[in-house]
Design a protein around this ligand. Sequence first.
Ligand code: UGA
Length: 490
Amino acid sequence: MPCAQLIRMVPVAVIGSGYVGLVAAACLAELGHEVVCVDVDQERIKLLQSGGVPIFEEGLDALLARHRGQRLRFTCNLAEAVRHARVIFIAVGTPQSPTGEADLSQVESAVISMCPALDSYKVLVEKSTVPVLTSQWIARTLRLNGALEKNFDVVSNPEFLREGSAITDFLYPDRIVVGADTERSRQLLRELYQPLIDGSYYRRADRVDGPADLSGGVYYIETSTNSAELIKQASNAFLSLKVSFINAVSNLCERVNTDVEEVARGIGADRRIGSRFLRAGIGYGGSCFPKDIRAFGKVAEAVGYNFDLLKCIEQINEDQQTGFLKKLRTALWSLKDKRIAILGLAFKHGTDDIRESPAITIVRKILAEGSRVSIFDPAAMQNCRTMLPEGVRIQYARDEYDAVKGAHALVILTEWPQFSNLDLARLHLLMSYPIVIDGRNLYSPAKMSAAGFYYYSVGRPFSEPLSEKYAFALDHTQSQHSLDEKMALP
Ligand code: UGA
């Protein structure tokens, strides 16, 4: 590994002050570069200039506060930001189009707008998630709009940031992937990431603390642009595949009365498989997996490959939510006029993001079957109020205990750590029926049984209250129980 070198400051422009853009801008400033973050949304830029932070992300406000007004500026003036920069990150939205492909119109519009400002050599970096071959479309658009060939290269540098840990994912990555087709652009990107490549960032006293000791430098992978684009799409598809796989296995576990957590531990101990992303639950959601997997399928279709596996991943994900609802019906018989406590709306813990959250889908279905809901989420309730307005059938609670008052069942939908430490005796007292349906396996069936609950979880045996005093007259015929019956058949 080379010894630490003096950092060469690279002037950077980041186009788009959304989730990816803001995190990248703050982290690149943290590495020592001079960064201008641009957005067309004037309100957002004003908010950022005045010290506000438009999204909830652990550690982002502190990092913005550290660099704002010094190495980090915000503007709506794209031309000025591009002229100032040697490296331009494109971090605008790439939402799903009605037909499932990624809608790249924001990328195209940003690229066209920057053409007049490409007055000397600059590297355009795709940071947003885009389909393979996008870099070629960007280069073509630049040429068609008058940019000189000698003044640009297009590079793919995909992000692998998870919401909730995006800052440390950026600064302490498993790998950095840079897809570039010229040595000149590769060299500039190496300069940009030098403090992470040589490990000097991790020896700084004022570094952001992270999960690993990377003082030897990060794993830096250089590829062609097409490969880097494919790495991003294939990575997300593979992670969703792992989630769907363990969810499918969880269904088998329920049918043979065993525990998916044990099975996952056994599978994951094989280092070729790995233990992460093997948590069974209510299915994946969020702004990335659902959209990216569909877009990947469309890419395959466009180049004439039948990638049916991707459809199966999606189908298993959908079925997981349907199967979870079935458990609630089994527990309560009918959902009409029941009062259901909901813990969790965010698509996962550590974020206020409810985009494609399986929790929202499940709440909607519960409402459609005639129940009333009382909801608590420590971060996502505000985002939810327009989508699920408060009223007679929907209430937003002050905390977990307020949510469960008088409830016929408690449904856990997001794995917030605070939900795994509830005072079970208090919960039991507050609820009308002691029924918990846990979509995130936060409790052990034995513990819930000892605490007097009828406990349903994912891929694990159903458990009843241990003590007679909790005897409870409901017919909860469970698929987990059906094996014994089946075995008894002639
Ligand atoms: C995901 C990827 O993990 C990032 O690497 C990627 O950069 C990002 O998408 C993106 O493309 O921008 P994120 O959407 O923040 O990040 O969320 P994850 O932590 O990956 O979780 C995705 C979903 O899978 C969540 O709904 C989560 O609850 C679910 N999940 C995850 C499981 O159900 N089980 C698991 O074991 C892991």
